[in-house]
Ligand binder design. Structure first.
Ligand code: ADP
Ligand code: DP6
Ligand code: CO
Length: 351
């Protein structure tokens, strides 16, 4: 006797960044964040979960390697899913299965822990698959959040807001869709991989250090990210693409500024990252009659050197040409610097 479920979940890319927690165990953030969930077919985690009365112990494999299940974050997700399942065991008949051992096998089709949101896709996938195994209904974002904060946003498709919430128990710290994937039509994401290795300082440790040491972080949390989030919601509502780009780049730059203001500093962007950012500003620098810049594309960087570019379909070709000229593919030089021009079309991921 065995029950097996396989699910996939995509990454999401934040345009208003989550950086800093007010509760480390429940994973409650200091600010609201907003992100785009990418298409299920591109960068995603794929997780298979089996439960059986014949299994002798719980097991976990990540990218083909067996890992310890001692990890408190996985344990918290398991505990919460089983708690919810036991509440409705009479209807679903899962009572026996709650005691069976579990085997979890997951694989990412893109670099893990490289600042490309593997924890987001990974935990969203794990929690969604657990929900299927134990027959849980209702919002799962607050469970995925307990695996990795950014994971709560990958439960939904399109533009998603993670509300920081006010409650100490985290019940209102949930993600919700705020606009469908086609809200900005024909939008693509280009990922520029500057380094696919594991980052030196993981997001969890980096943001903890920022909260403890950065004074600039106080300005971000008390003032700037609050007004920028409001402005971002307005830009999204009004479909103001240029403003969306302007705010996205400003928030990425502010996050990396607070990382730099951290002691010791958390440095995620490298020379390639800065060159890509400068190139985007150069590309956008066409003034309108009012003298303002009309932003056509924008960049954002997570806790890593790799650029995520939001690009309207009509200019993908031109922009890729520019990137290829700036970073000519060459097997003999600069092997750790290359651009993968995968246009990713956001599609509906709400399952
Ligand atoms: P990233 O920038 O890729 O999100 P993080 O440092 O935030 O990097 O998280 C990386 C960690 O997330 C991994 O070390 C692992 O513990 C967890 N993780 C990544 N992918 C998965 C997955 N598919 N299933 C479960 N956990 C995962
Ligand atoms: C820079 O969600 O990976 O990608 O909650 O500690 O697991 P933990 O951190 P994580 O942090 C993501 C940080 C970010 C910005 C974002 O995705 O909003
Ligand atoms: Co992460």
């Amino acid at each position: 006797m065995m029950k097996t479920v396989t699910c996939t979940a995509p990454v999401n890319i934040a345009v208003i960044k989550y950086w800093g927690k007010r509760d480390e165990t429940l994973i409650l953030p200091l600010n609201d964040s907003i992100s785009f969930t990418l298409s299920q077919d591109e960068m995603c985690a794929k997780t298979t979960i089996s439960i059986s009365p014949t299994f002798k112990e719980d097991k976990f494999w990540l990218n083909g390697k067996e890992e310890s299940l001692e990890n408190p974050r996985i344990q918290n997700c398991l505990k919460e899913v089983r708690r919810r399942a036991s509440k409705r065991k009479h209807e679903s008949g899962v009572e026996g299965t709650l005691n069976w051992h579990i085997h979890i096998c997951s694989k990412n089709n893109f670099p893990t822990a490289a600042g490309l949101a593997s924890s987001a896709a990974g935990y969203a996938c794990l929690v969604y698959a657990l929900g299927q195994v134990y027959g849980i209904e209702g919002d799962l974002s607050s469970v995925a959040r307990q695996g990795s904060g950014s994971a709560c946003r990958s439960i939904y498709g399109g533009l998603v807001q993670w509300y920081k919430g006010e409650e100490d128990d985290g019940t209102d710290s949930v993600a919700q869709s705020i606009a469908p994937p086609e809200h900005f039509p024909d939008l693509r994401v280009v990922i520029c991989v500057a380094n696919d290795g594991r980052k030196k300082t993981g997001s969890t440790i980096g943001m903890r250090r920022t909260v403890l040491t950065s004074r600039l972080m106080q300005y971000r949390i008390q003032e700037s990210v609050i007004s920028r989030t409001a402005a971002m919601k307005k830009a999204i509502k009004e479909k103001d693409w240029s403003k969306f780009c302007d705010l996205t780049m400003a928030d990425s730059n502010e996050m990396h500024a607070v990382c730099q203001d951290t002691s010791p500093p958390c440095v995620y962007m490298n020379d390639t990252s800065h060159t890509v950012a400068a190139l985007i500003h150069q590309y956008n620098d066409v003034k309108t009659t009012s003298g303002n810049v009309n932003h056509k594309v924008c960049y954002t960087f997570d806790a890593g050197p790799n650029a995520c570019l939001f690009v309207p379909g009509a200019v993908v070709g031109e922009l890729l040409g520019l990137l290829m000229r700036a970073f000519p593919p060459s097997p003999t030089q600069n092997t750790d610097t290359y651009i993968t021009g995968i246009p990713i079309q956001p599609t509906d991921l709400t399952r």
